[in-house]
Each structure stands twice: as structure tokens, then as C-alpha cells.
Design a protein around this ligand. Structure first.
Ligand code: 5GP
Ligand code: ZN
Length: 137
């Protein structure tokens, strides 16, 4: 993907404040952070979203996320963290190369990750559950 900004960051063609890198992944500070230390983790290989990501790469990526989150907590001393990963424009994705957000949470940080909980009928949930279990086969 020659015009993908995260491919360019992966290759070092666009500079980034990188905090970890190996052959497969790069971890760097978000340029427009929601909070202090907001970090992105990307696979270097271009995949647009989770639906294109293979499970093995996903597993390795989350291992790194776990390690980085712990290291960040030690240094920054935040109270909590949201891990966010947007897939598709409707879900808020603006850059179509898979990236995991690590967003440190501090008191009064004005970060907002919210949805409106709705009532759900037990029978509807059961039907949905059955369809999803079938779909996973
Ligand atoms: P999305 O909305 O697609 O989940 O997140 C894209 C993220 O990439 C945003 O949080 C945005 O601030 C960040 N971003 C956009 N351009 C750049 C850039 O050039 N460098 C870095 N480090 N982050 C970027
Ligand atoms: Zn890319």
C-alpha cells in the first residue's frame, strides 16, 4: 500500500516516536493523543482491519500490547487504560491499516469511550447466541 501512512511509518519513511519495534510490529506515540502516552501498535504488514488480520499475528500483537501497557504504567503512573481498535469508517476508523490504541486514563482526562446500553430480550439474545455459535463452526 504505497499511500498508506502507517505503512510509511512501519518502514521509517515517516518519522514516529517509536517505543518498540521488531521485524513484525511497531509501537509508537499517537501524534494527536487523547491522553498523555496514547500509543499505537501496528503490524508492519499492511492489513486494513481485524477482518484481514491472521490469528497468529493478532496473538503476537496482543503479547506486545500487554508488555507495553505494563511498561507504560510503570513510567506514567496512570490509573487505568482503554484499549481501542476501530474497524471501518462507521466504527471511527480513519486510517485503514490495522492499529491498536493504548489510551492511558487519568482522573479528569476528558477521554470518552461510551455507548448507550439498551434493553435486550432474553429470547432474542438466545437466538443471536445460537446463530453466532453456528457461524463460528
Ligand atoms: P483511528 O481513528 O483510525 O482508529 O486512529 C487513527 C489514529 O492515528 C488517530 O488517533 C490519529 O491521531 C493517529 N495518527 C494520524 N496520523 C498520524 C501520524 O502521522 N503519526 C502518528 N503517530 N499518529 C497518527
Ligand atoms: Zn498500510
Amino acid at each position: 500500500m504505497s499511500d498508506c501512512i502507517l505503512c510509511k511509518i512501519a518502514k521509517g519513511e515517516i518519522p514516529s516516536k517509536t517505543i518498540y519495534e521488531d521485524n513484525q510490529f511497531k509501537v509508537f506515540l499517537d501524534i494527536f493523543p487523547g491522553s498523555k502516552g496514547h500509543t499505537l501498535i501496528i503490524p508492519k504488514q499492511h492489513v486494513a482491519n481485524i477482518f484481514e488480520l491472521d490469528e497468529e499475528t493478532a496473538g503476537e500483537l496482543f503479547k506486545i500490547a500487554t508488555k507495553v501497557a505494563k511498561g507504560m504504567k510503570k513510567v506514567l503512573g496512570f490509573e487505568g487504560m482503554n484499549i481501542v481498535q476501530n474497524n471501518g469508517e462507521i466504527a471511527g476508523q480513519t486510517i485503514f491499516h490495522f492499529h491498536l490504541h493504548l489510551i492511558p486514563r487519568y482522573k479528569d482526562d476528558q477521554v470518552s469511550i461510551k455507548w448507550e446500553p439498551k434493553e435486550a430480550d432474553q429470547a432474542v439474545l438466545q437466538e443471536l447466541r445460537d446463530a453466532l455459535v453456528e457461524g463460528l463452526k
